[in-house]
Write a protein that binds this ligand. Structure first.
Ligand code: MGD
Ligand code: MGD
Ligand code: SF4
Ligand code: MO
Length: 740
């Protein structure tokens, strides 16, 4: 028996875990690490199941190649990489580099191999067809911050531990455990907020578990938060309630834009009473400190960018931006990564078929199927997919499911043969979670305290097994034409060399004036990712190194957040831009919608405590109970529509037969279906027993948030009707007669 410590990699909460393992390396228990200064022993059911997930017998252990017989064959790494080289080279030679698309899924932000090498892989492929989970998640936030502050990575977090008033729109941190806001034990932090006399308000079409612990829940019609927020902005300006502590530009333009959006007018669209909207504005202005926070319900909606823009506008107008108790920026232990120092811009190139603008070097996932299906110069013929399951996670998933079949070549880096990877020619499995070192480069940059923690690998790689970093490096070297025999460590050395080249020249850098080779020799780490981590730590402002983190296995608290906006600001004007033209255009589109009739029934999503997107349904301890793929329908709607146990739900894009779960927590006129289900055709045996349906058969890839190209998962117009058993068969086809 031995004890080991590591950070849980499963969500944004970065909880410290304490594991016990027997001498065969089997995990015998997982508990919260009480000595972690940030998570203080907190753990959720997913973290507690980490051992089962890691030891899942259905995880792939060796590379698979689908050969001419259309069967999967276990092959050596060498054969797998040679197949990748032939496949990619064939497509690039015939059709050019843009014919290869890259898709980077959500876990690329949760592994060192993913986050450190995804950029290099993209560059080596040299394609404009780069897609990631960002455009089915938080791209609106990047675009809004890009225009407001000049830096799309200038993402602030609510100072939950110190605020007096927290307004949450479209986030459910009690079940998601927080998102773009790393705060282990979010539920406990919200309770503490109320215990110290603070107020929590939740705007959500559902009375979620977060709403249940709040002072007030305000049901809102899906997709209309931007209207509600404009009503607040209008009130703040009209009643002279602003206290702006920053150097801002565009206040008069903002005033003009907000003019039409009186609480009375927006109330008719969003369904929140006008008095409540005006009161929210007054309370936000009067609170000693306040923070407005919004996530998936305020991003994956038609006006996602406008919503995120107005969230920060309110934080700014009420004097709560970049101050304790308001919203603040984290100062990471590592240097600021990914910042360009240039003012943000989008549209440096456009997607071929729909002409959608690039943002952060990516095109919207909502147009990936178009790019695969539409013939012509630049048509996507191959896909490299890392840690993603877009067949279940992208809008219009079933169309993508069919499109992937038409590709000439596809390679996936993924531990599972699932709904997406089953279309591949080659699957390259990363090692088990406990065999990987772990550091949260992204999540620690949106933490509610400055904090750092590194977890070395707990179990060694087996002979012949490859780390995820090595898989990514070898793919990168193949993509750049260096073949399957190139030394993977050459890529890390090149990256180190490049960064050190800059750091030894940069005035004020800790390495200024030193020799690259000498600094390189001083770096420590057992792997490429660790060497890079050591370098990034030593270039950070907290004066730490990997050695310090190794000496502190429970993590290091680096103190509460402190103001830091001026150094992050990167607009042309050098000021915060309250009403940049691109966002003012959104105000115009919102104005045009003021008179539009509201659809009768709207679909929204639902995250479940023991789930994580599509890939935890193969763990027996996590499926079942409340973790079911059911449609929540308000009892009034159940009665009105005469629904029984099953219903047919239909959108412009598709239809599904779903189990109905009457639930009075959802507002009438809204129904909720979780995503990540619809398991079929995989080797995940437990998931196959709990298949559920693919919510993204209903979402529509042709509808996007315009400025960001982000998918719209919430506020999808649908119809609902009782399901009538087909007369002849007991199977499950959807009879067309079941339509409304
Ligand atoms: N247990 C669990 N945790 C997770 C995940 C998971 O799948 N399961 N996924 C992880 C990932 S990838 C992410 S990005 C985060 C997401 O973290 P959150 O955003 O906190 O999670 P969601 O449950 O999607 O919360 C969105 C909320 O918005 C509401 N909503 C829907 N439409 C609207 C609307 O138009 N307006 C408003 N105001 N509200 C609306 C929904 O009812 C829901 O309560 O969670 C992460 N953590
Ligand atoms: N309808 C609807 N759709 C949604 C959402 C919604 O709210 N509603 N939410 C959206 C959001 S916020 C997100 S983030 C996306 C997620 O979209 P994706 O990232 O495409 O989907 P996931 O289900 O997270 O798939 C993760 C994949 O990574 C693999 N994986 C797990 N661990 C590792 C690892 O260590 N290494 C590698 N290489 N692979 C690994 C898993 O096997 C799985 O195949 O879904 C989006 N889709
Ligand atoms: S809250 Fe997130 S990080 Fe913490 S144990 Fe659960 S899944 Fe892991
Ligand atoms: Mo996400």
């Amino acid at each position: 028996m031995r004890t080991a410590h590591r950070t849980c990699p499963l969500c944004d909460a970065v909880c410290g875990l304490r594991l016990t393992l027997d001498d065969t390396g089997r995990v015998t228990s997982v508990k919260g690490d009480p000595d972690d200064p940030f998570s203080k022993g907190f753990i959720c059911p997913k973290g507690a199941s980490l051992g089962h997930l890691d030891e899942d017998p259905d995880r792939l252990r060796v590379p698979l190649v689908r050969k001419q017989d259309d069967e999967w064959h276990e092959v050596s790494w060498q054969e797998a990489f040679e197949t990748v080289e032939r496949g990619l080279k064939g497509v690039i030679d015939r059709h050019g580099r843009d014919a290869v698309a890259l898709y980077l899924g959500n876990p690329t932000f949760h592994t060192m191999g993913g986050i450190l090498y995804r950029g290099a892989l993209g560059q080596a492929l040299g394609t404009r067809n780069v897609y990631s989970a960002s455009t089915i998640d938080q791209m609106p936030k990047h675009v809004a911050c890009g225009y407001l502050f000049g830096d799309p990575l200038a993402i602030s977090v609510p100072d939950v531990d110190r605020t007096d008033y927290l307004l949450v729109l479209g986030a459910n941190p009690v079940e998601s455990n927080g998102s773009l806001c790393s705060a282990p034990d979010f539920p406990g932090r919200l309770k503490a907020l109320r215990r110290r006399g603070g107020k929590l308000l939740v705007v959500d079409p559902r009375r979620t578990r977060t709403a249940a612990v709040a002072d007030e829940h305000l049901p809102v019609r899906p997709g209309t938060d931007a209207f509600l927020l404009f009503g607040i902005v209008h009130t703040l300006l009209a009643e002279d309630l602003t206290t702006i502590g920053l150097d801002v530009a565009g206040l008069d333009d903002l005033r003009r834009l907000a003019d039409d959006f009186t609480p009375d007018v927006v109330s008719r669209v969003c369904g929140v009473p006008a008095e409540s909207i005006a009161r929210l504005a007054r309370e936000l202005a009067a609170a000693p400190t306040a923070a407005v926070y919004s996530r998936i319900g305020g991003c994956t909606v038609e006006f996602g960018t406008a919503t995120q823009w107005l969230v920060d506008v309110i934080n700014i107008l009420t004097g709560n931006f970049d101050r304790p108790g308001g919203v603040m920026f984290t100062r990471t232990a590592t240097m600021d990564l990914g910042r360009t120092g240039e003012p943000y811009t989008t549209g440096r190139w456009h997607s071929r078929v729909r002409g959608l603008p690039e943002s952060l070097g990516e095109l919207p996932v909502a147009t990936l199927a178009d790019e695969i299906e539409t013939p012509g110069e630049g048509q996507v013929r191959a896909l490299v997919a890392v840690a993603g399951n877009p067949v279940l996670s992208a809008p219009g998933g079933p169309r993508l499911d069919r499109a992937l079949d038409d590709l000439d070549f596809m390679v996936c880096v993924d531990p599972y043969l699932n709904e997406t990877t089953r279309h591949a020619n080659v699957i390259l499995p990363p090692p088990r979670i406990l065999q990987m070192p772990h550091y949260d480069f992204l999540l620690l940059s949106v933490a509610v305290r400055n904090y750092t923690r590194f977890s070395p690998a707990i179990l060694p790689l087996e002979p012949g097994q490859l780390s995820e970093a090595e898989i990514m490096s070898r793919l990168t070297l193949i993509a750049s034409g260096q073949g399957t025999d190139a030394d993977p460590s050459a890529l890390t050395e090149m990256m180190l060399d490049q960064i050190l080249g800059g750091a030894t020249q940069a005035p004020g850098s800790p390495f200024e004036g030193r020799e690259v080779a000498e600094v390189r020799a001083s770096l420590i780490g057992d792997s490429g990712p660790e060497l890079l981590l050591d370098l990034f730590l030593r270039l950070g402002t907290h004066g730490l190194s990997l050695a310090d983190l190794l000496e502190n296995p429970h993590g290091i608290d680096l103190g509460p957040l402190t103001p830091r906006l001026p150094e992050l600001l990167c607009t042309e004007s050098g000021r915060v831009e309250l009403a940049p033209p691109r966002l003012a255009e959104e105000a115009g589109r919102l104005r045009e919608r003021l008179a539009a009739p509201a659809p009768e029934l709207l679909l929204i999503g639902r995250r479940q405590l023991r789930s994580n997107n599509s890939w935890l349904h193969n763990v027996p301890t996590l499926v079942g109970g409340s973790n079911q793929c059911t449609l929540h329908v308000h009892p009034d709607d159940v009665a009105r529509l005469g629904l029984g146990e099953l219903a047919v739900i239909r959108s412009a894009n598709g239809e599904l037969v779903v189990p109905v779960e009457p639930n009075d927590a959802i507002m009438p006129g809204v129904v909720s279906l979780p995503h990540g289900w619809g398991h079929a055709g995989t080797t995940q045996r437990v998931a196959a027993e709990h298949p559920g349906v693919n919510a993204n058969a209903l979402t529509d890839e042709s509808v996007i948030d315009v400025p960001s190209g982000n998918a719209v998962f919430n506020g999808v117009p649908v119809t609902l009707a009782p399901y009538e058993e087909p007369a002849l068969t007991g199977s499950f086809p959807v009879p067309s007669t079941a339509a409304v």
